[in-house]
Design a protein around this ligand. Sequence first.
Ligand SMILES: [Zn+2]
Length: 313
Amino acid sequence: MADLIELSSRIIDDGVADEPVNRVTEELSELGDDLAIVESFSHSVVLRTDEGAVAFDASGKKSGIAVTEAIAGWSKLPVTHLVYTHGHIDHVGGSGAFAERWGAPTVVGHENVAPRFDRYEYTNDWNVDINRRQFGGIRQDFGMMAPSTDSATSAMWRHFLPSNALRPDVEVGDHHTLVLGGETIELHHARGETDDHLWAWLPARRAIMAGDFLIWNFPNAGNPQKVQRFPIEWAAAMRAMAAMDPELIVPAHGLPIAGVDRIRTVLHTIADTLDTLVAQVVEMMNGGAKLDEIVHTVRVPDATLALPYLRPL
Ligand SMILES: [Zn+2]
C-alpha cells in the first residue's frame, strides 16, 4: 500500500520525477482499507464493499482483461458498478472485459458520454487517424493495435471505440450520489479535459477519484485536432476539489497523492497555471494579436514545467 504514496510524496516534496510516475504495470496496489488501484492506461481504481465492488474506469481495450484479472484476485465479490470518469477510450475501452467477467455491471457516467460514443462512431476513421498521429508512439498502451497484416488485428485498429464498450445505464447531470455497502460516493460533474467528466468524492475516506483532471503531465487542455477543451472550468474544478480538503487523491494517470497540504499545493498550482495561460492568451487576443504571435509569445515558466506533475508531454 504505502509504496505508491511514499513514491509520490517523495517525488512531489523533492520536486523531481527521478523515476517513472505514469506506470502501466497492470498490477494492483492497496491504497487503504478496501481501496486499491490497478496501474494501467488508464488506471482502474476499485472500492470493495459488502455488496460488491465499484470500479472507477475500465482502462483501455487492450488492458481490460489484465485489469479485471488483477481486481478479481483482490475482490471476492464481483464489480457491480463501473463509474466512467469520462468517455475517452482509454477509460471505457476495457468495459467489455468487465462485462465478460462479472456480467453487465451498472455503468454510471455523465450524460455526455453517450453522445461522445455516437460521435466516435460517426467520425470513426477521423478519430483513428488523429489518435494514431497523437499517440503513435504509445498506441499499444492506448488500447489500440498498430496496423498489421493480421486481419483480426487490423480490424481492431480500424474501430476507435471498441464495439463491446458499455454505454452508461445511469446518466449523471451535475451531481449523483451512489451508495453501496455502506460506502457513499458523491459524483460531481465539471468540464475540463472533456465535457463529460465526473470526479468522485468519498466523504468517509476524504478521498477523491480525479479522472483526467490530474494526469501527472501538463493538462491536455487544448488540441487543435480535437473538440473544444475547457481550461477555465478545469482550473475551477481543481479548486473545488481542493476545497474538500482531501487526504487522498487518485488520478487516472500517474500516482495517487496523499496529504491535505500536498494535495492542495498540487491542485492550486495546476489551477493557477491554467488560469495564467488563459489570461495571457485572452489579453493578446483582445490586443489584436494574431494566432501565430500568441503561439510564439505565451510561455509557461520553465520552473513550472519542471514540476513532476506538470511536465509537458
Ligand atoms: Zn485518460
